[in-house]
Design a protein around this ligand. Structure first.
Ligand SMILES: Cc1cc2nc3c(=O)[nH]c(=O)nc-3n(C[C@H](O)[C@H](O)[C@H](O)COP(=O)(O)OP(=O)(O)OC[C@H]3O[C@@H](n4cnc5c(N)ncnc54)[C@H](O)[C@@H]3O)c2cc1C
Length: 383
């Protein structure tokens, strides 16, 4: 039970790291608390917009090709509206010379692909379902207690989500700040064709996004004040409310998965690493979903950490603090800029102080009129 590294959490981000390191020669353990994911027949209500950069990483990991491709849809155009009737920002894949701006897919479909990519790997042992009970540090390694076994490793990686056991147990200082908003997710069949377009409306009551799914279905994320969200998810006329909020853009909407709400918060840690410990994905940062970038940030953590580990010399201890600090430094700017931008937009569009609605709508139109600025924004979203 001696490993080079233990990954705690086999969600999308932890599994992608395991897949990316699975042919590295490092001996790995993956500890996941839930039983195996089940292949779904109905539509999953957790839908993600995956950037082309994340798709390339997942392809390299071997998870992308193992997904059911019939269930994923490209985004070729994005249209973003302000809360007056005129302000619009438009991005198209043609303008930036790429074939798609993002891919829309189900969480379960991708997780299943990643799980297939990591099964039967000689250097990876999977403990699942398994619960962590305790952890001890020493200068040359860590010991992790599971309910019925003890694992030792040079490095432990927390990929165990927003309420991370490892983050708390290792004493990372986190400053969660609730937005008092809830992200409501649901899927619909729509009357009018979506034409591979993602739509987003910055409204007075929150942000509504439509993401295109195959066969003229869409997934929505509606980030709204939690008090309103509680009523909305129970509302028998939920589909009509969504249609009204989108100005009937895609005609009549027929609900195909029940609406589900997720509380939204901003969470930062002062450092992603400690000696022999690193955090990735939602264990390391939570952002507002209005840019649809949470899991993409997590994939970029996994990509960077695996690059740092693979580039170390053959004799270098993979829990070495200087090595981990390199990972921390490389990820800092991307995480901070995504969190600050989404936080600033959330504040700007949930503020009715005199002059603010005018400024935010003018801001959208100004960006639309500046091709270089649009290009800079889209390059970040493609990463
Ligand atoms: C409403 C909403 C909409 C979103 N939309 C998007 C979007 O469009 N695009 C996007 O990029 N992001 C989006 N996000 C963000 C995205 O959901 C997260 O960033 C992503 O799920 C994080 O993945 P993860 O693997 O880090 O964590 P998780 O998905 O939380 O996985 C953690 C894993 O660890 C396991 N685990 C937990 N505790 C333990 C333990 N103690 N021991 C062992 N295993 C453990 C869990 O069972 C789970 O499998 C959205 C978020 C919300 C709330």
């Amino acid at each position: 039970m001696n490993f080079d590294a233990i990954i705690v959490g086999g969600g999308l981000v932890g599994s992608s790291l395991a897949a990316s390191l699975s042919r590295s020669g490092l001996s790995l353990a993956l500890v996941e608390s839930s039983p195996h994911s089940i292949e779904k027949t109905g539509w999953d209500s957790r839908i993600y917009a995956i950037s082309p950069g994340s798709a390339r990483f997942l392809e390299k990991c071997g998870g992308w090709d193992k997904m059911d491709k019939e269930r994923i849809n490209p985004v070729r155009e994005m249209r973003i509206f302000g809360d007056d009737l005129h302000s619009e920002l438009r991005f198209s894949s043609e303008d930036v010379g790429v074939s798609e701006l993002a891919w829309i897919l189900e969480s379960g479909n991708l997780l299943h692909g990643l799980e297939k990519a990591i099964e039967h790997q000689e250097n990876l042992k999977i403990f699942r379902p398994a619960q962590c009970t305790d952890m001890l540090w020493s200068d040359d390694g860590i010991e992790l207690d599971l309910q019925d076994s003890k694992l030792k490793a040079k490095l432990i990686i927390g990929a165990d989500g927003a309420r991370s056991w490892l983050r708390q147990h290792a004493g990372f200082e986190a400053n969660p700040r609730p937005y008092n908003q809830t992200g409501i997710v649901a899927n619909f069949e729509c009357e009018k064709p979506h034409r591979d377009t993602a739509w987003q409306w910055f409204r007075k009551d929150g942000v509504l996004a439509f993401l295109p799914l195959p066969e003229n279905r869409i997934s929505i994320v509606w980030s709204i004040w939690s008090e309103q969200a509680e009523k909305l998810v129970e509302d028998p006329e939920f589909a009509e409310k969504v249609m009204e909020a989108s100005g009937g853009r895609l005609g009549q909407l027929k609900l195909i998965t029940p609406p589900q709400g997720f509380p939204l918060r901003l969470m930062r840690v002062s450092s992603l690493v400690k000696p022999r410990v690193a955090l990735i994905g939602d264990a390391a940062h939570n952002t507002h979903p209005l840019a649809g970038q949470g899991v993409n940030l997590g994939f970029r953590d996994a990509r960077e950490l695996s690059e740092v580990l693979l580039a170390r010399g053959p004799r270098k201890d993979c829990g070495d603090y200087h090595l981990l600090r390199r990972f921390d430094r490389a990820r800092r700017e991307d995480i901070l800029s995504m969190q600050s931008t989404t936080d600033m937009l959330q504040k700007l569009f949930n503020n009715e102080l005199p002059g603010i609605p005018f400024v935010r709508n003018i801001g959208l139109r100004m960006v639309e009129g500046q091709p270089w600025l649009k290009n800079a924004l889209i390059q970040h979203a493609l990463a």
